[in-house]
Design a protein around this ligand. Sequence first.
Ligand code: LFR
Length: 480
Amino acid sequence: ARERSYAAVDLGASSGRVMVGRVGPGRLELTQAHRFPNRPVRVPEGLRWDVLGLYAGVLAGLRAAGPVASVGIDSWAVDYGLLDADGALLGNPVHYRDPRTEGVAEQVWATLPARELYAATGLQYAPFNTLYQLAAARGSAQLAQARRLLLIPDLLSYWLTGEQGTELTNASTTQLVDPRTRDWARGVAARLDIDLGLFAPLRRPGDPAGLLRAEVLEETGLSGPVPVTAVGSHDTASAVAAVPAAGERFAYICTGTWSLAGLELTAPVLTEESRAANFTNELGLDGTVRYLRNIMGLWLLQECLRAWGDPDLEALLSAAAEVPALRSVVDAGDAAFLAPGRMPERIAEACRASGQPVPATPAQTTRCILDSLALAHRRAVADARRLAGHPVDVVHIVGGGARNALLCRLTADACGLPVVAGPAEAAALGNVLVQARAQGLVGDLADGRRLLTRTQPLTRYEPRGDTSRWDAAAARLALE
Ligand code: LFR
Protein backbone atom coordinates (compact mmCIF):
# COMPACT_ATOMS: atom_id res chain seq x y z
CA ALA A 1 0.00 0.00 0.00
CA ARG A 2 1.14 3.53 -0.74
CA GLU A 3 1.73 5.49 2.44
CA ARG A 4 3.52 8.75 2.95
CA SER A 5 4.31 11.24 5.69
CA TYR A 6 3.75 14.96 5.40
CA ALA A 7 4.93 17.79 7.62
CA ALA A 8 2.25 20.34 8.43
CA VAL A 9 3.53 23.57 9.92
CA ASP A 10 0.60 25.24 11.69
CA LEU A 11 1.24 28.58 13.35
CA GLY A 12 -1.33 29.97 15.76
CA ALA A 13 -1.40 33.24 17.62
CA SER A 14 -0.02 31.70 20.81
CA SER A 15 1.90 28.65 19.61
CA GLY A 16 3.29 26.99 16.54
CA ARG A 17 3.53 23.30 15.83
CA VAL A 18 4.97 20.96 13.30
CA MET A 19 2.75 17.92 12.88
CA VAL A 20 3.42 14.78 10.90
CA GLY A 21 0.50 13.34 8.98
CA ARG A 22 0.73 9.75 7.84
CA VAL A 23 -1.56 9.15 4.87
CA GLY A 24 -2.44 5.93 3.08
CA PRO A 25 -5.51 4.05 1.89
CA GLY A 26 -8.07 4.48 4.68
CA ARG A 27 -5.38 5.97 6.89
CA LEU A 28 -4.86 9.48 8.24
CA GLU A 29 -2.85 9.78 11.42
CA LEU A 30 -1.45 12.90 12.95
CA THR A 31 1.36 13.12 15.47
CA GLN A 32 3.08 16.14 16.91
CA ALA A 33 6.76 16.51 16.09
CA HIS A 34 7.36 19.82 17.83
CA ARG A 35 5.45 22.57 19.54
CA PHE A 36 6.84 25.98 20.40
CA PRO A 37 5.46 29.19 21.88
CA ASN A 38 4.60 32.19 19.74
CA ARG A 39 5.10 35.21 21.95
CA PRO A 40 4.33 38.59 20.48
CA VAL A 41 6.79 41.21 21.64
CA ARG A 42 6.02 44.79 22.59
CA VAL A 43 8.81 47.12 21.47
CA PRO A 44 8.70 50.94 21.43
CA GLU A 45 7.28 50.99 17.89
CA GLY A 46 4.46 48.61 18.78
CA LEU A 47 3.38 44.96 18.99
CA ARG A 48 5.49 42.70 16.77
CA TRP A 49 5.78 39.02 15.84
CA ASP A 50 9.02 37.26 16.63
CA VAL A 51 9.18 35.79 13.14
CA LEU A 52 12.80 34.63 13.41
CA GLY A 53 11.83 32.68 16.52
CA LEU A 54 8.98 31.12 14.58
CA TYR A 55 11.28 30.19 11.71
CA ALA A 56 13.70 28.60 14.17
CA GLY A 57 10.75 26.63 15.60
CA VAL A 58 9.83 25.47 12.10
CA LEU A 59 13.39 24.25 11.46
CA ALA A 60 13.50 22.44 14.79
CA GLY A 61 10.13 20.91 13.95
CA LEU A 62 11.26 19.68 10.55
CA ARG A 63 14.28 18.10 12.16
CA ALA A 64 12.02 16.34 14.67
CA ALA A 65 9.57 15.32 11.94
CA GLY A 66 12.09 13.16 10.09
CA PRO A 67 11.70 12.07 6.45
CA VAL A 68 8.62 13.57 4.79
CA ALA A 69 7.26 13.58 1.23
CA SER A 70 6.45 17.31 1.41
CA VAL A 71 6.04 20.29 3.72
CA GLY A 72 3.04 22.65 3.98
CA ILE A 73 2.66 25.84 6.02
CA ASP A 74 -0.42 27.55 7.37
CA SER A 75 -0.81 30.39 9.86
CA TRP A 76 -3.13 33.14 10.99
CA ALA A 77 -4.08 35.58 8.25
CA VAL A 78 -3.59 39.22 7.20
CA ASP A 79 -0.05 39.83 8.55
CA TYR A 80 3.04 40.09 6.40
CA GLY A 81 6.75 40.79 6.19
CA LEU A 82 8.25 43.36 3.84
CA LEU A 83 11.41 42.59 1.87
CA ASP A 84 13.89 45.09 0.46
CA ALA A 85 15.36 44.99 -3.03
CA ASP A 86 17.86 42.34 -1.89
CA GLY A 87 15.09 40.09 -0.60
CA ALA A 88 15.98 40.75 3.03
CA LEU A 89 13.30 41.19 5.68
CA LEU A 90 12.64 44.81 6.69
CA GLY A 91 11.83 44.84 10.38
CA ASN A 92 9.61 42.55 12.41
CA PRO A 93 6.14 41.86 11.03
CA VAL A 94 3.49 43.92 12.78
CA HIS A 95 0.97 42.01 14.92
CA TYR A 96 -2.65 42.37 13.81
CA ARG A 97 -3.54 43.44 17.35
CA ASP A 98 -1.19 46.41 17.12
CA PRO A 99 -3.21 49.62 17.45
CA ARG A 100 -1.66 51.31 14.39
CA THR A 101 -4.84 50.72 12.36
CA GLU A 102 -7.14 52.59 14.76
CA GLY A 103 -9.23 55.05 12.77
CA VAL A 104 -7.58 54.07 9.48
CA ALA A 105 -10.61 52.34 7.98
CA GLU A 106 -12.61 55.58 8.14
CA GLN A 107 -9.87 57.32 6.13
CA VAL A 108 -9.91 54.55 3.54
CA TRP A 109 -13.70 54.73 3.26
CA ALA A 110 -13.46 58.44 2.52
CA THR A 111 -11.77 57.44 -0.76
CA LEU A 112 -13.56 54.17 -1.33
CA PRO A 113 -16.89 53.87 0.50
CA ALA A 114 -17.30 50.78 2.68
CA ARG A 115 -20.24 49.61 0.57
CA GLU A 116 -18.22 49.62 -2.63
CA LEU A 117 -15.29 47.98 -0.92
CA TYR A 118 -17.54 45.16 0.30
CA ALA A 119 -19.21 44.74 -3.08
CA ALA A 120 -15.77 44.37 -4.67
CA THR A 121 -14.00 42.19 -2.08
CA GLY A 122 -16.72 40.63 0.11
CA LEU A 123 -14.44 41.03 3.10
CA GLN A 124 -15.78 41.85 6.54
CA TYR A 125 -14.62 44.97 8.24
CA ALA A 126 -11.80 44.20 10.64
CA PRO A 127 -9.35 46.94 11.55
CA PHE A 128 -6.47 44.60 10.76
CA ASN A 129 -7.31 43.61 7.16
CA THR A 130 -4.04 43.91 5.22
CA LEU A 131 -5.57 46.71 3.21
CA TYR A 132 -5.94 48.87 6.33
CA GLN A 133 -2.51 47.84 7.60
CA LEU A 134 -1.00 49.04 4.32
CA ALA A 135 -2.95 52.28 4.57
CA ALA A 136 -1.63 52.72 8.12
CA ALA A 137 1.93 52.08 6.93
CA ARG A 138 1.67 54.60 4.12
CA GLY A 139 4.53 57.07 4.23
CA SER A 140 6.62 54.91 6.57
CA ALA A 141 10.31 54.47 5.82
CA GLN A 142 9.86 50.72 5.76
CA LEU A 143 7.09 50.64 3.18
CA ALA A 144 9.00 53.13 1.04
CA GLN A 145 11.92 50.72 0.94
CA ALA A 146 9.83 47.60 0.41
CA ARG A 147 9.94 45.79 -2.91
CA ARG A 148 8.02 42.71 -1.87
CA LEU A 149 5.28 41.83 0.59
CA LEU A 150 4.94 38.22 1.73
CA LEU A 151 2.15 37.00 3.99
CA ILE A 152 3.48 35.09 7.01
CA PRO A 153 3.24 31.51 5.61
CA ASP A 154 4.61 32.72 2.27
CA LEU A 155 7.51 34.43 4.06
CA LEU A 156 8.46 31.24 5.90
CA SER A 157 8.04 29.28 2.71
CA TYR A 158 10.38 31.74 0.98
CA TRP A 159 13.00 31.27 3.68
CA LEU A 160 12.70 27.50 3.32
CA THR A 161 12.86 27.42 -0.47
CA GLY A 162 14.10 30.75 -1.83
CA GLU A 163 10.90 31.00 -3.91
CA GLN A 164 8.18 33.59 -3.57
CA GLY A 165 4.45 33.32 -4.06
CA THR A 166 1.15 34.54 -2.61
CA GLU A 167 -1.16 31.73 -1.62
CA LEU A 168 -4.75 32.46 -2.60
CA THR A 169 -6.80 31.53 0.50
CA ASN A 170 -4.66 33.78 2.67
CA ALA A 171 -4.50 36.46 -0.05
CA SER A 172 -8.28 36.62 0.20
CA THR A 173 -7.90 38.05 3.72
CA THR A 174 -5.93 41.06 2.46
CA GLN A 175 -9.14 42.67 1.11
CA LEU A 176 -7.37 43.02 -2.23
CA VAL A 177 -8.92 39.97 -3.88
CA ASP A 178 -12.21 39.71 -5.75
CA PRO A 179 -14.00 36.57 -4.49
CA ARG A 180 -15.87 36.17 -7.80
CA THR A 181 -12.82 36.07 -10.06
CA ARG A 182 -10.52 34.73 -7.31
CA ASP A 183 -7.92 37.16 -8.61
CA TRP A 184 -6.64 40.55 -7.49
CA ALA A 185 -9.22 43.32 -7.09
CA ARG A 186 -7.21 45.64 -9.32
CA GLY A 187 -9.79 48.41 -9.24
CA VAL A 188 -9.71 48.54 -5.43
CA ALA A 189 -5.92 48.62 -5.35
CA ALA A 190 -5.81 51.37 -7.98
CA ARG A 191 -8.36 53.55 -6.16
CA LEU A 192 -6.39 53.27 -2.93
CA ASP A 193 -3.02 53.63 -4.59
CA ILE A 194 -1.82 50.26 -3.37
CA ASP A 195 0.90 48.75 -5.51
CA LEU A 196 -0.09 45.16 -6.32
CA GLY A 197 3.42 44.73 -7.68
CA LEU A 198 4.47 44.31 -4.05
CA PHE A 199 2.79 40.91 -4.07
CA ALA A 200 4.36 37.80 -5.56
CA PRO A 201 2.25 35.86 -8.10
CA LEU A 202 -0.78 34.00 -6.78
CA ARG A 203 -0.54 30.31 -5.98
CA ARG A 204 -3.40 27.94 -5.36
CA PRO A 205 -3.56 25.24 -2.69
CA GLY A 206 -1.84 22.18 -4.11
CA ASP A 207 0.58 24.19 -6.26
CA PRO A 208 4.29 23.44 -5.87
CA ALA A 209 6.10 26.10 -3.80
CA GLY A 210 9.72 25.11 -4.31
CA LEU A 211 12.20 22.71 -2.71
CA LEU A 212 13.90 22.99 0.68
CA ARG A 213 17.18 24.85 0.19
CA ALA A 214 20.45 22.98 0.69
CA GLU A 215 21.14 24.87 3.94
CA VAL A 216 17.70 23.95 5.23
CA LEU A 217 18.28 20.28 4.44
CA GLU A 218 21.54 20.47 6.29
CA GLU A 219 20.01 22.20 9.31
CA THR A 220 17.09 19.81 9.53
CA GLY A 221 18.99 16.63 8.71
CA LEU A 222 16.56 15.85 5.89
CA SER A 223 17.72 14.42 2.59
CA GLY A 224 16.42 16.14 -0.49
CA PRO A 225 14.71 16.83 -2.64
CA VAL A 226 11.88 17.79 -0.27
CA PRO A 227 9.13 19.82 -1.93
CA VAL A 228 7.14 22.52 -0.19
CA THR A 229 3.50 22.47 -1.29
CA ALA A 230 1.16 25.46 -1.12
CA VAL A 231 -1.74 24.44 1.13
CA GLY A 232 -4.70 26.45 2.31
CA SER A 233 -2.10 28.66 3.99
CA HIS A 234 -4.74 30.59 5.91
CA ASP A 235 -5.21 28.36 8.98
CA THR A 236 -8.97 28.81 8.80
CA ALA A 237 -9.00 27.60 5.17
CA SER A 238 -7.09 24.48 6.20
CA ALA A 239 -9.39 23.97 9.18
CA VAL A 240 -12.54 24.25 7.05
CA ALA A 241 -11.06 21.74 4.60
CA ALA A 242 -10.87 19.35 7.55
CA VAL A 243 -14.46 19.75 8.73
CA PRO A 244 -15.66 16.12 8.74
CA ALA A 245 -18.99 16.92 7.12
CA ALA A 246 -21.03 14.84 4.73
CA GLY A 247 -23.13 16.77 2.22
CA GLU A 248 -23.70 20.50 2.30
CA ARG A 249 -26.19 21.19 5.06
CA PHE A 250 -23.66 22.03 7.74
CA ALA A 251 -22.26 25.04 9.53
CA TYR A 252 -18.80 25.06 11.06
CA ILE A 253 -17.11 26.87 13.89
CA CYS A 254 -13.32 26.90 13.79
CA THR A 255 -12.32 27.51 17.37
CA GLY A 256 -9.07 28.65 18.83
CA THR A 257 -7.90 32.14 19.61
CA TRP A 258 -10.80 33.13 17.34
CA SER A 259 -14.13 31.50 16.63
CA LEU A 260 -14.79 31.60 12.90
CA ALA A 261 -18.40 30.63 12.41
CA GLY A 262 -20.21 30.19 9.12
CA LEU A 263 -20.80 28.19 5.98
CA GLU A 264 -19.02 26.73 3.01
CA LEU A 265 -20.59 28.15 -0.14
CA THR A 266 -19.96 27.91 -3.87
CA ALA A 267 -20.39 31.66 -4.48
CA PRO A 268 -19.85 34.79 -2.39
CA VAL A 269 -22.71 36.72 -0.77
CA LEU A 270 -22.01 40.39 -1.49
CA THR A 271 -25.29 41.97 -0.46
CA GLU A 272 -25.57 45.12 1.60
CA GLU A 273 -27.37 43.09 4.28
CA SER A 274 -24.40 40.77 4.47
CA ARG A 275 -22.04 43.71 4.84
CA ALA A 276 -24.18 45.16 7.62
CA ALA A 277 -23.99 41.79 9.42
CA ASN A 278 -20.20 41.88 8.95
CA PHE A 279 -19.90 38.53 7.21
CA THR A 280 -16.79 37.79 5.24
CA ASN A 281 -16.29 35.88 1.99
CA GLU A 282 -12.85 34.36 2.30
CA LEU A 283 -11.67 31.84 -0.25
CA GLY A 284 -11.47 28.13 0.43
CA LEU A 285 -10.33 25.08 -1.48
CA ASP A 286 -11.69 24.07 -4.85
CA GLY A 287 -13.60 27.22 -5.65
CA THR A 288 -15.40 27.36 -2.30
CA VAL A 289 -16.12 30.48 -0.29
CA ARG A 290 -15.78 30.60 3.48
CA TYR A 291 -18.76 32.69 4.43
CA LEU A 292 -18.22 33.44 8.09
CA ARG A 293 -18.04 35.88 10.93
CA ASN A 294 -15.09 36.46 13.26
CA ILE A 295 -15.98 36.08 16.94
CA MET A 296 -13.41 36.95 19.60
CA GLY A 297 -13.23 33.29 20.61
CA LEU A 298 -11.15 31.68 23.33
CA TRP A 299 -8.91 34.74 23.24
CA LEU A 300 -11.24 36.12 25.91
CA LEU A 301 -10.44 33.17 28.15
CA GLN A 302 -6.73 33.03 27.21
CA GLU A 303 -6.31 36.65 28.22
CA CYS A 304 -8.14 36.05 31.53
CA LEU A 305 -5.97 33.01 32.23
CA ARG A 306 -2.90 35.15 31.65
CA ALA A 307 -4.25 37.81 34.03
CA TRP A 308 -4.98 35.15 36.68
CA GLY A 309 -1.46 33.71 36.49
CA ASP A 310 -2.37 30.63 34.42
CA PRO A 311 -4.48 28.52 36.82
CA ASP A 312 -5.35 24.89 36.01
CA LEU A 313 -7.77 25.00 33.06
CA GLU A 314 -9.55 21.70 33.72
CA ALA A 315 -10.38 22.71 37.30
CA LEU A 316 -11.57 26.11 36.16
CA LEU A 317 -13.82 24.62 33.47
CA SER A 318 -15.40 22.18 35.95
CA ALA A 319 -16.04 25.06 38.33
CA ALA A 320 -17.52 27.10 35.45
CA ALA A 321 -19.85 24.21 34.59
CA GLU A 322 -21.34 24.53 38.11
CA VAL A 323 -22.02 28.27 37.80
CA PRO A 324 -25.69 29.00 36.97
CA ALA A 325 -26.15 29.38 33.21
CA LEU A 326 -26.52 32.72 31.44
CA ARG A 327 -26.20 34.89 34.52
CA SER A 328 -24.47 37.53 32.44
CA VAL A 329 -23.31 37.63 28.83
CA VAL A 330 -21.19 39.96 26.76
CA ASP A 331 -21.06 40.55 23.02
CA ALA A 332 -18.24 38.19 22.04
CA GLY A 333 -18.23 39.75 18.59
CA ASP A 334 -17.32 43.17 19.95
CA ALA A 335 -14.02 44.54 18.62
CA ALA A 336 -13.61 46.25 21.99
CA PHE A 337 -12.11 42.93 23.14
CA LEU A 338 -9.46 42.89 20.39
CA ALA A 339 -6.54 44.42 22.26
CA PRO A 340 -4.64 42.45 24.91
CA GLY A 341 -4.71 43.26 28.62
CA ARG A 342 -7.07 43.70 31.60
CA MET A 343 -9.53 41.15 30.20
CA PRO A 344 -11.34 40.16 33.43
CA GLU A 345 -11.91 43.85 34.18
CA ARG A 346 -13.09 44.60 30.65
CA ILE A 347 -15.59 41.74 30.81
CA ALA A 348 -16.81 42.93 34.20
CA GLU A 349 -17.22 46.45 32.82
CA ALA A 350 -19.24 45.17 29.86
CA CYS A 351 -21.58 43.25 32.21
CA ARG A 352 -22.02 46.29 34.43
CA ALA A 353 -22.71 48.55 31.43
CA SER A 354 -25.49 46.23 30.23
CA GLY A 355 -27.04 46.07 33.72
CA GLN A 356 -26.18 42.43 34.39
CA PRO A 357 -24.59 40.80 37.44
CA VAL A 358 -20.85 41.38 37.43
CA PRO A 359 -18.87 38.08 37.49
CA ALA A 360 -16.88 38.06 40.73
CA THR A 361 -14.78 34.89 40.53
CA PRO A 362 -12.66 33.30 37.79
CA ALA A 363 -15.28 30.52 37.52
CA GLN A 364 -18.05 33.07 37.00
CA THR A 365 -16.03 35.02 34.48
CA THR A 366 -15.17 31.80 32.64
CA ARG A 367 -18.84 30.83 32.54
CA CYS A 368 -19.74 34.29 31.29
CA ILE A 369 -17.19 33.90 28.47
CA LEU A 370 -18.37 30.43 27.44
CA ASP A 371 -22.06 31.39 27.57
CA SER A 372 -21.22 34.49 25.53
CA LEU A 373 -19.29 32.48 22.95
CA ALA A 374 -22.13 29.98 22.60
CA LEU A 375 -24.51 32.89 22.12
CA ALA A 376 -22.28 34.46 19.49
CA HIS A 377 -21.91 31.08 17.74
CA ARG A 378 -25.67 30.72 17.62
CA ARG A 379 -26.13 34.20 16.23
CA ALA A 380 -23.48 33.70 13.53
CA VAL A 381 -24.93 30.37 12.42
CA ALA A 382 -28.46 31.80 12.32
CA ASP A 383 -27.35 34.95 10.44
CA ALA A 384 -25.28 32.96 7.94
CA ARG A 385 -28.18 30.61 7.21
CA ARG A 386 -30.51 33.51 6.65
CA LEU A 387 -28.16 35.71 4.64
CA ALA A 388 -26.98 32.89 2.37
CA GLY A 389 -30.34 31.10 2.23
CA HIS A 390 -28.51 27.90 3.07
CA PRO A 391 -30.00 25.08 5.19
CA VAL A 392 -28.10 23.76 8.22
CA ASP A 393 -28.78 20.47 10.02
CA VAL A 394 -25.60 20.16 12.02
CA VAL A 395 -22.85 22.38 13.43
CA HIS A 396 -19.25 21.15 13.29
CA ILE A 397 -16.84 22.48 15.88
CA VAL A 398 -13.21 22.00 14.88
CA GLY A 399 -9.98 23.38 16.34
CA GLY A 400 -8.83 23.63 19.95
CA GLY A 401 -12.30 24.45 21.29
CA ALA A 402 -13.52 21.01 20.17
CA ARG A 403 -11.75 19.71 23.30
CA ASN A 404 -13.78 22.08 25.50
CA ALA A 405 -16.83 19.93 26.26
CA LEU A 406 -18.65 22.74 28.07
CA LEU A 407 -18.28 25.09 25.10
CA CYS A 408 -19.49 22.39 22.67
CA ARG A 409 -22.47 21.49 24.84
CA LEU A 410 -23.48 25.13 25.31
CA THR A 411 -23.13 25.76 21.57
CA ALA A 412 -25.43 22.80 20.79
CA ASP A 413 -27.98 24.09 23.32
CA ALA A 414 -27.80 27.67 22.05
CA CYS A 415 -28.08 26.71 18.38
CA GLY A 416 -30.76 24.10 19.02
CA LEU A 417 -28.78 21.86 16.67
CA PRO A 418 -26.53 18.85 17.12
CA VAL A 419 -22.86 19.68 17.39
CA VAL A 420 -20.17 17.32 16.09
CA ALA A 421 -16.89 18.20 17.80
CA GLY A 422 -13.50 17.39 16.31
CA PRO A 423 -10.91 17.17 15.01
CA ALA A 424 -9.07 19.56 17.32
CA GLU A 425 -6.07 19.67 14.98
CA ALA A 426 -8.22 20.53 11.97
CA ALA A 427 -5.83 23.09 10.46
CA ALA A 428 -2.92 20.64 10.46
CA LEU A 429 -5.14 17.88 9.03
CA GLY A 430 -6.42 20.14 6.25
CA ASN A 431 -2.82 21.10 5.55
CA VAL A 432 -1.80 17.42 5.30
CA LEU A 433 -4.77 16.51 3.11
CA VAL A 434 -3.91 19.15 0.50
CA GLN A 435 -0.32 17.90 0.32
CA ALA A 436 -1.41 14.27 0.05
CA ARG A 437 -3.86 15.21 -2.63
CA ALA A 438 -1.20 17.06 -4.64
CA GLN A 439 0.64 13.73 -4.73
CA GLY A 440 -2.47 11.75 -5.65
CA LEU A 441 -2.98 9.96 -2.30
CA VAL A 442 -6.44 11.39 -1.65
CA GLY A 443 -9.15 12.78 -3.90
CA ASP A 444 -11.30 15.88 -3.70
CA LEU A 445 -12.62 17.79 -0.68
CA ALA A 446 -15.48 15.32 -0.15
CA ASP A 447 -13.06 12.38 -0.33
CA GLY A 448 -10.80 13.98 2.27
CA ARG A 449 -13.80 14.56 4.52
CA ARG A 450 -14.86 10.91 4.26
CA LEU A 451 -11.35 9.92 5.26
CA LEU A 452 -11.54 12.28 8.27
CA THR A 453 -14.90 10.88 9.35
CA ARG A 454 -13.52 7.36 9.25
CA THR A 455 -10.24 8.09 11.01
CA GLN A 456 -10.72 10.92 13.51
CA PRO A 457 -12.43 10.62 16.90
CA LEU A 458 -15.54 12.84 16.92
CA THR A 459 -17.96 13.64 19.74
CA ARG A 460 -21.62 14.40 19.18
CA TYR A 461 -23.62 16.75 21.44
CA GLU A 462 -27.40 16.80 21.11
CA PRO A 463 -29.12 20.08 22.00
CA ARG A 464 -30.90 20.06 25.35
CA GLY A 465 -34.04 21.99 26.22
CA ASP A 466 -35.53 24.68 24.05
CA THR A 467 -33.64 27.79 23.07
CA SER A 468 -35.87 30.31 24.86
CA ARG A 469 -33.31 30.98 27.63
CA TRP A 470 -30.83 31.85 24.91
CA ASP A 471 -33.33 34.10 23.17
CA ALA A 472 -33.76 35.97 26.46
CA ALA A 473 -30.01 36.29 27.00
CA ALA A 474 -29.56 37.57 23.45
CA ALA A 475 -32.25 40.16 24.08
CA ARG A 476 -30.19 41.50 26.99
CA LEU A 477 -27.45 42.40 24.54
CA ALA A 478 -29.99 43.90 22.17
CA LEU A 479 -28.23 42.25 19.24
CA GLU A 480 -31.06 40.16 17.84
C1 LFR B 1 -7.51 32.49 12.98
C2 LFR B 1 -7.30 33.65 12.03
C3 LFR B 1 -8.60 34.23 11.55
C4 LFR B 1 -8.17 35.62 11.19
C5 LFR B 1 -7.32 35.95 12.37
C6 LFR B 1 -6.33 37.04 12.19
O1 LFR B 1 -6.29 32.00 13.43
O2 LFR B 1 -6.52 33.27 10.93
O3 LFR B 1 -9.20 33.53 10.48
O4 LFR B 1 -9.22 36.52 11.00
O5 LFR B 1 -6.67 34.72 12.69
O6 LFR B 1 -5.38 36.71 11.23
